[in-house]
Design a protein around this ligand. Structure first.
Ligand SMILES: [Cu+2]
Length: 85
């Protein structure tokens, strides 16, 4: 399990962009995103943390790898009216 903190991930659009970016480099990866805490957790199937980090960066975000973190079990509530992108 690789965990990133992505502080410029602000809405559902960002979540899907990051999900797609990860799926592009590693289609078999499991992605779990908690928007409220800006955490992206990936269970890679055929990639490394570096590859995933690059993919998120290329999608336009700034991932910071979090070592040994456990994301809280909080449900993400997308905010309305996000003006990102
Ligand atoms: Cu967004």
């Amino acid at each position: 399990m690789v965990t990133f903190e992505v502080n410029d991930m602000t809405c559902g659009h960002c979540v899907s962009a990051i999900t797609k970016a990860v799926a592009f480099v590693d289609p078999g990866a499991k992605v779990q995103i908690d928007l409220a805490s800006h955490r992206v957790q990936v269970e890679p199937s055929a990639s490394s943390a570096d590859v995933l980090s690059d993919a998120i960066r290329v999608a336009g975000y700034t991932p910071v790898e979090v070592a040994g973190a456990t994301a809280p079990a909080v449900k993400a509530t997308p905010r309305k009216g996000c003006c990102c992108g």
